[in-house]
Design a protein around this ligand. Structure first.
Ligand code: AOS
Ligand code: ZN
Ligand code: ZN
Ligand code: ZN
Length: 394
């Protein structure tokens, strides 16, 4: 690796920050049940402690995405407790995620429900989440809207657009200066015939109409198989409409697997489009992890994801943009491809290790997690509260 390439990689790693999700440390599972883990976090204090350990080991994860009301059951009243955890652990509250998918009243939808009363309740929850974000100094409110229907003819997709837009407009109107509303899209699940915000075009139009502080959130697991996600990313950057990512990996659907575990080349391509974009707004794009593991250890998987993201980002930073652009313009296909994929094939672990050492970080985050005392301690402390093992449909 040349000195110039090393410099490029180090600069990229210095600027690389990725948010961890509070829900990634807790027992979750699939609709077929969950396997309780002895070290899983069950309180927001434990989630902050786990997030702090990930940040200590990697140096790249200074914020924690919070779910309302999983993490703040008391709403605004819980803000001081969160602030105390921020001070104690040295990691900050990150994006605020309203919960529009669990309440019984949301059975036929939340902010796109045909009932004006239920929509009003759901909008109030979103506005309350905005206020929590304001109080915590969080920038983003991430709106994952699971609304939709399971059978053709049972709902009016057309009228739901208007209700949905009105609800998002109202949420946007509550934003304070510097706050953003990130509109996430997903083609299916939990509904299986139509999802009201099913693709990037719908999310972009809803965000654009809601107002200038609304952007699109791209969850890498939220696309039909074979979708060219990096092309969507480059379009959203071109439109100054990309607010952030929820990173995970998948083989078939929204599997929320460890980033890069199935298709690392796709992540590299997404990072390349991001790094090579001239969009001025890209400095404002939030990198967030959205994963939950039923099999892997929660903390192991989170450290693995952060380390993988750093390594794939380092690879993407290796691409010589000037040389690639010249080869592309001359249509020297193989030379361009080799310049591009050569960066992906480069083993960046040595240069990333040097960077870690120079920054006073663990040179082997995953190894140090296993060798260290933290995982052993929380496993012993939390085992009793996570007992009961086995999978349940609860
Ligand atoms: C669900 O599939 C979405 O990815 C959500 O954004 C995420 O899983 C989390 O629940 C935040 O709402
Ligand atoms: Zn997501
Ligand atoms: Zn998802
Ligand atoms: Zn998710």
């Amino acid at each position: 690796m040349t000195a110039e390439e090393t410099k490029r990689v180090w600069a990229a790693l210095d600027g690389f920050k990725i948010e961890v999700p509070s829900w990634g440390f807790a027992n979750t599972g699939t609709r077929f049940g969950k396997f309780l883990q002895p070290a899983a976090a069950s309180t927001i204090a434990q989630k902050f402690a786990d997030a702090a350990e990930v940040n200590r080991l990697t140096g790249a994860a200074p914020t924690v995405a919070l779910h309302v009301l999983w993490d703040l059951p008391g709403g605004l009243a819980d803000v001081p407790a969160i602030q105390a955890l921020e001070a104690k652990h040295g990691v900050k509250a990150g994006s605020i995620n309203p919960n529009l998918f669990q309440d019984q009243i949301y059975k036929f939808g939340s902010i796109a429900n045909p009932s004006a009363e239920i929509r009003a309740k759901a909008v109030q929850h979103c506005v309350d989440s905005v206020e929590i974000g304001k109080a915590l100094g969080s920038k983003d409110v991430s709106m994952w809207v699971s609304d939709g229907s399971n059978y053709p003819g049972t709902q009016s997709m057309r009228r739901r657009i208007e209700w949905l837009q009105d609800s998002l407009n109202k949420t946007h109107a509550a934003l304070g200066p510097g706050q953003r509303m990130l509109v996430e899209y997903k083609p299916f699940e939990p509904t299986f015939y139509h999802t009201d915000i099913a693709d990037w075009g719908m999310a972009r139009e809803l965000a654009r109409t809601a107002g200038p502080q609304a952007k699109v959130l791209v969850d890498t697991g939220h696309h039909a198989l074979g979708t060219n996600i990096e092309q969507i990313v480059t379009w959203l950057l071109h439109l100054d409409a990309l607010g952030g990512f929820h990173f995970n990996d998948r083989k078939f659907a929204d599997d929320d697997l460890t980033l890069g575990s199935i298709d690392p080349y796709q992540v590299f391509r997404i990072f390349h489009e991001f790094i090579s974009s001239p969009a001025s707004s890209k400095g404002d794009v939030a990198f967030m992890i959205d994963q939950s593991h039923n099999m892997k250890g929660k903390l192991e998987a989170m450290v693995q994801t952060v380390v993988t993201a750093q390594e794939l980002y380092a690879k993407a930073a290796l691409v010589d943009q000037e040389k690639l652009a010249e080869l592309q313009d001359r249509c020297e296909l193989v030379a361009a491809e080799e310049a591009f994929r050569g960066a992906f094939w480069t083993d960046v672990r040595p240069v990333v290790k040097e960077w870690r050492e120079a920054r006073g970080l663990s040179v082997d985050p995953l190894g140090d997690l296993h060798a260290g005392e933290y995982l052993k301690t929380i496993t012993a402390e939390r085992a009793a509260s996570n007992a009961g093992g086995g999978s349940s449909y609860a």
